[in-house]
Write a protein that binds this ligand. Structure first.
Ligand code: AMP
Length: 295
């Protein structure tokens, strides 16, 4: 998992968390660790609290690829209104991320499943180029990079097997209101599968000639959706790695596992809910999904 390791300050209608553990690589790693062994590649500053390192280790996340540089950790500050599908960014402080030149530990170069989580697309590319023969590479991005580094982002999309965005990002990237069109246009760029997340409205998976539409788990008590996209991604790729099956049919199951873990994540701030769920919890909610979607 390559991405950001962050200290987040988040406000929702249900509370606030200040300088709390976050970052795309962190959510994705903890989610995937429910299914597979995970290595995290990222950077923190000297101010990063040791308790967060201890927590990641306690989840079995390998940190050989986590560098510490002089300076401050990446920080994101944002808020949500009642429509929690839309994160509003107040501040993005790249800090040590702007000087990060990832060097993969030798034992990571033969890794089979790679998630280039939301981060600078040039960092994603430098990591990608160091991996020898991956079975599946998936990437995520967000509006910040579409606005600031679209060319680098496009070069990265052309290389990956799976691209994951949310609905607003897909519309923004292709300047189209239609998610189906955006899905097709992403497929034309090279990926074999495209996932467009729609927050509480579920997710679409486009593969060659097929579209799978998955619901989201209907949550009654939602506290903080931060990290939903990343924990979805971690659950998705974790399941593919666990089963070592990248067929379109297994990707449908992986979408439901991703949605399941993302739904747990939104029940509390930061990683507080992910910290305590077990694989059995995930399987139970996965079964409930079958019931919700059957007709
Ligand atoms: P999401 O799954 O989309 O809710 O991702 C939330 C996480 O993304 C937060 O923990 C942030 O630290 C992180 N984040 C916010 N902005 C950026 C950015 N521009 N690049 C990478 N990660 C970011």
């Amino acid at each position: 998992m390559v991405g950001t390791v962050a200290l987040d300050t988040v406000r929702t209608p249900f509370g606030m968390a200040e300088e709390t553990l976050g970052g795309s690589a962190v959510y994705a790693s903890v989610a995937a660790s429910l299914f597979a062994s995970v290595g995290l590649v990222g950077v923190v500053g000297r101010d990063f609290p040791k308790q967060h390192i201890d927590f990641l280790r306690s989840k079995g996340v390998d940190l050989a690829g986590l560098e510490t540089l002089d300076g401050d950790t990446f920080r994101w500050k944002g808020y949500y209104e009642y429509d929690m599908n839309q994160a509003h960014t107040e501040d993005t402080l790249l800090n040590v991320l702007s000087r990060f030149d990832p060097r993969l530990p030798p034992e990571y170069r033969d890794v089979k499943y790679v998630f280039l989580a939301n981060t600078d697309p040039e960092i994603q590319m430098r990591v990608y180029e160091q991996i020898s023969k991956p079975r599946l590479v998936m990437m995520d991005t967000m509006n910040f990079w579409i606005e600031n580094k679209k060319d680098a982002l496009s070069r990265m999309i052309e290389k990956v097997d799976v691209i994951l965005t949310n609905d607003a990002e897909a519309r923004q990237f292709f300047d189209t209101p239609s998610l189906v069109k955006a899905g097709k246009l992403f497929l034309e760029m090279g990926p074999k599968a495209v996932i467009i997340k729609k927050g509480e409205h579920g997710a679409l998976l486009f593969t060659d000639g097929q579209c799978f539409s998955a619901p989201a788990y209907p949550l009654e008590n939602l506290a903080d959706p931060t990290g939903a996209g990343d924990s979805f991604a971690g659950g998705f790729i974790g399941w593919l790695a666990r089963t070592n099956d990248v067929s379109a049919r297994n990707m449908r199951k992986a979408v439901i596992f991703g949605s399941t873990i993302a739904s747990y994540n939104a029940e509390d701030f930061s990683l507080d809910r992910l910290k305590i769920i077990t694989r059995d919890d995930v399987y139970n909610r996965y079964m409930a999904f079958q019931d919700i979607a059957s007709f």
